[in-house]
Design a protein around this ligand. Sequence first.
Ligand code: BMA
Length: 336
Amino acid sequence: MSMSRKMNETIGPLHSSPVIRRHPANPLLTPKDVPYGPAMVFNAGVAKYEGKYVMVFRNDYGDAEAETIEPAGTTNLGLAWSDDGVHWDVQASPVWSWNDEEVVRVYDPRLTVIGGRCYMCFAVDTKHGVRGGIAVTDDFRRFEVLSMSVPDNRNMVLFPERIGGKYVRLERPFPVYGRGGVDRFDTWLSDSPDLRYWGGSKLVLGVEDVPFANDKVGPGAPPVKTAKGWLTTFHAVDIDRSRGKNGWEPSWKKRYSAGIMLLDLDDPSRIAGMSKSPLLAPEAAYETSGGFRNDVIFPGGMILEPSGEVKIYYGAADTVECLATADVDDLLRLCL
Ligand code: BMA
């Protein structure tokens, strides 16, 4: 793909692909559905686990009417279960807060079931930088932390099986100095023999290769396996400095869309195909208005049903959690 596009050009209007359908029950989960009072419920990880759908979502606290948020420390993770992936039973209390001197908050959980156990990747703001962590749980009460990256890295997602004998993850380090002192963040891949020690890192997708990004790209939901390759969403960010106040946040100038790509089954660092336009761009009212940061779509869960329906769960406007669906063959056609 060409690198000729100037990264400081604005992107202009974006539209969602005609193959994607927003679920009529959207938003699936809002702060009102959560009994412990968050102001935002978003960026969830979702998996099928022991015959049910399980969701771990992010809660941030504040006052939407007063347009004030609480300090960064007041983020935690909530838990919900579902029989159909649409109607969710939210548990009475948050599932995990990490009490450690060094940890400021844990957020943006991503779930992958490997060999019957549920693994959770997450971002951790620490006093010395943003780290990416991986934990495993069998009951969603106790989480054993298996690995923590050095700063600055996050948006990690695990593939659902070993490839070439190794565990594999996608991730998005954010090399500020090395990329000219501005956001120019790309999607990478690393592998591990045991989920604890990571290496073999390779670049997968550079931001300049995504026509609807001029700021950064990174993983979305954990990939799903198809006969044609690993199908995976990614987040793509464009910035337009002329955007005014666009949410409760005083000055929010970015837009987050969801892209879709296909990675090679045997060498997932190789892109087998990618849609040149967004899969989901912010268009629905709950994506473009009334939120903490409007015009944000952040995919975090992707489930391929036996029928061929693909469920894509995403945070909208950093305030609610939503669902969109598509047919797997349509998604593959978009990529190829
Ligand atoms: C990123 C993260 C995400 C969030 C996004 C848009 O930096 O904080 O959790 O959804 O910004 O606000």
